[in-house]
Design a protein. Structure first.
Length: 58
């Protein structure tokens, strides 16, 4: 996620830490997964848990 900082304003870049990077990833990941047709496996509880993001989907 280090390559994201140049795309942000100076104030946003200062606040963009590991927690912000994880939150951004989870937000994008969860939306993309839900939009994928015929990929029910990726929406299962087991796959979410394996990704290490189970807390983010509750």
């Amino acid at each position: 996620m280090a390559d994201v900082r140049p795309l942000l304003s100076a104030d946003e870049a200062d606040d963009f830490d590991d927690d912000a990077a994880k939150a951004a990833f989870v937000k994008v990941f969860s939306k993309i997964i839900r939009l994928m047709p015929d990929e029910a496996w990726s929406k299962t509880e087991k796959m979410i848990e394996q990704s290490g993001l189970i807390d983010q989907f509750e």
